[in-house]
Design a protein around this ligand. Structure first.
Ligand code: NIG
Ligand code: FE
Length: 388
């Protein structure tokens, strides 16, 4: 069954061979969907005949957002911590323990219902692919069940047993690293595609992070790293050295870190929701882009440091405060996210890619940054099915 979406005022394809500039923009465009794939894109006047037609009525269209970094298998709430921060306290990763306790105490059904709630929330704001992580269980049983629950709803699942040292191992961090690289990894690897480490003072140092990422890699998981979020450290360079798909946060970077990212194949994933919600300095997207680094933009949605599921909100922050142009921010939230997940079938609208796309109640994608906080996403197709 084929459907044509016609009269799109401005279409972002992210395929420079199909349209203008890096976004491959086509004006007065149409898209043809065949089952779960894009069959054709071009000018409305040239659109082939199809079974159905949807009139976009002059609205803009773009690929669905690829949110390549979130932490959605959790229970509980950290409003008190947020309130304290907004009264002047600074963020510390120690708050993760509050969510660990609540997550361990929750049933599978509660965790799944919570995950579905935030997946749905993201979808309403245009997210059609979402990566999510474990990391609030920190026991073999709780990490494995988090990944099982996540894997039932997304193909992009990350093992983050190394989020912080589990409270039971407070006096024996080496013992916890042994567990994360041993029995816990055995139980978790079958449910995940990626392995991640929070490489930061107060979490895991460079040597521990290397041990954990290499162990994951030996089990077929590809590394991605929480790197240089709260201060300078070895995370970014370790990510590049190990061929990680992505170094995430990248808020505190030396010139050597930027050079390493520019020369390596690791994407820098920026997560401005975290800086917003922790009142921290913004990551310098301009510096990374000017150095030639591939940049992704994602939400980091989690109850502690960044409780937003809104990619449009992150686009607006990145444009206002991180030196990105609207075009760059939209690219990073779509094609950039796909690059961070090493996917070529999403983040782009071209014949053969997955039919994940959005209509905006606006004449162009620039309005995502120009009209912050406004719910512009007015229709979503996911794998060719109208999801909103
Ligand atoms: O990406 N930095 C580590 N992990 C999360 C925060 C988790 C939390 O505070 O619960 C992050 O910001
Ligand atoms: Fe994170």
């Amino acid at each position: 069954m084929s459907t044509a979406i016609i009269n799109i005022s401005s279409l972002v394809t992210n395929d420079p061979s199909l349209g203008e500039g890096p976004l491959g923009l086509i004006q007065d465009a149409a898209v043809v969907i065949d089952d779960d794939r894009i069959a054709w894109v071009g000018g409305t006047s040239k659109a082939p005949a199809t079974d159905n037609a949807v009139d976009a009525g002059g609205r803009a269209a773009l690929p669905g957002f690829v949110d390549s970094h979130s932490h959605l298998v959790f229970a509980g709430d950290r409003t008190a911590e947020f309130n304290a921060r907004m009264s002047g306290q600074s963020y510390s990763a120690g708050g993760i323990r509050t969510t660990v306790a609540a997550t361990r105490a929750a049933t599978d059904e509660e965790l799944e219902a919570n995950l579905l709630r935030y997946l749905r929330e993201g979808l309403r704001q245009g997210t059609t692919t979402l990566e999510t992580k474990s990391g609030y269980g920190l026991t073999t049983r709780d990490e494995a069940r988090a990944l099982r629950i996540a894997a039932a709803h997304t193909e992009e699942v990350t093992y983050l047993g190394a989020h912080i040292v589990a409270p039971e191992f407070a006096d024996d961090p080496a013992g916890y690293v042994e567990l994360v690289t041993g029995g816990m990894l055995d139980a978790c690897a079958p449910h995940a595609r990626w392995v991640d480490v929070f490489c930061e003072k107060g979490a895991f140092d460079g040597d521990q992070a290397r041990t954990i990422l290499e162990a994951g890699r030996a089990r077929g998981l590809t590394p991605r790293v929480h790197a240089n979020q709260l201060g300078h450290g070895p995370g970014v360079q370790l990510a590049v050295e190990l061929g990680a798909a992505s170094a995430d946060h990248c808020t505190h970077l030396t010139d050597a870190d930027v050079d390493a990212l520019a020369q390596g194949g690791t994407v820098a994933t920026l997560l401005p929701g975290a800086e917003f919600s922790t009142r921290a300095q913004w990551p310098d997207a301009r510096r990374l882009l000017d150095a030639g680094v591939t940049v992704a933009l994602s939400t980091d949605c989690n109850p502690g440091s960044s409780f937003t599921s809104s990619v449009p909100f992150c686009i607006a922050l990145a444009v206002r405060d991180m030196g990105m142009t609207p075009d760059e921010a939209v690219w990073s939230a779509t094609a950039g996210g796909a690059a961070a997940l090493r996917r070529s079938d999403i983040g782009r609208l071209a014949p053969g890619t997955r039919a994940d796309l959005l209509l905006l109640d606006a004449p162009s994608h620039v309005h995502l940054a120009y009209r912050p906080g406004v719910p512009l996403v007015s229709a979503v197709w996911q794998r060719g099915v109208r999801a909103l």
